[in-house]
Ligand binder design. Sequence first.
Ligand code: SF4
Length: 379
Amino acid sequence: MSKLGLYVHIPFCRKKCLYCDFSSYALAEHLFDAYTTALCQQIADQGGMLCKPPVDTVYIGGGTPSVLPVPLLDKVLTSLTMNFTIQPGAEISMEANPGTVTKEQLIAIKAMGINRLSFGVQSFNDKLLACLGRIHRTPDSLAAIESAYNVGFTNISIDLMYGLPGQTSDGFAQELEQAVALNTSHISVYGLKLEAGTPLATAYDQGVLVLPDEIEEESMYDRMTDFLPNHGLMRYEISNFARPGSECRHNLKYWQYQPYLGLGCAAHSFLQGERTSQVTGIEDYIEAIATGSSSVAMKEQLTKNESMAEYIFLALRTVEGMGVAAFNQYFATDFFSQFGEVWNNLNRQGLVATDTKQIWLTERGMKFGNIVFRSFLPD
Ligand code: SF4
């Protein structure tokens, strides 16, 4: 049985970015203590209920975990260690905003056992950072990453974005060069998605925000998929590139259909085929935990057909793709009998490939993954 991954949600940010629809709240410092207390309570409850299970990955995400004061982060880490059996060599990641970290803080979190940092750099162009409403600028990113190296972190990831308002393919190519020059072990690159209700989406709807056209955006995508592997960062998932051995083990669990437990408001879990999520509001979460009522907002047991579709499209996000025998065993079925027609159709379009043992997305399939993923969904 796979060991458990833990996702811990810290829902606080200094300022809300203009494109963000994550569960994160600005100006909520007054809730730091109460939230940490509730989170540690949930950690103790879940760890006890699951009998202190073995855990080999922990991912502290947000929000911006690096805005939580060090003593409170320490409390969370101590609680995790006391209530779960964190394995030697476990990957313990934390997201950090380059505008919120200090050298002292990095020294402290390293001492707590965090061994992987993921910096939300997003861009090396200060105009684009301002347009996104980010609180940091390029010198902050460079200083934060340098500090992280200086205090001894070796497993460092940065997030970048493309398809930003005013961004050009040539400009993005320069940003890729700057990213690679930092020599981090991992880079994630995401296209901007305008989420309904965010200020950026509203500005776009009102015609005051212009995005790169499709040709320009596709050119950025192509440059990313060419440039990063040519500089030692191999693509292992649609949006993720790593030096060999530095793939994010926690995120691989999501794509490999392995169990994970989400702790904190808005956190999602996948345990024994059931998906659950916690209430999103910080105060609702604190109250539910404090009063001993349920903090679960959604519980979903997928049908076999939904489950098969999900298993396939999560696995196909990775460059390795999906092992056919593992799928057949998991669902007691035969992949090619079950999905033969869909498969042949996708294969004719050059979107998927197989050697009969493994199936995977072609380069073209990676680019147009959504067409593939939709095809496997039940009617
Ligand atoms: S730092 Fe991240 S989580 Fe916080 S507002 Fe910006 S995008 Fe959202």
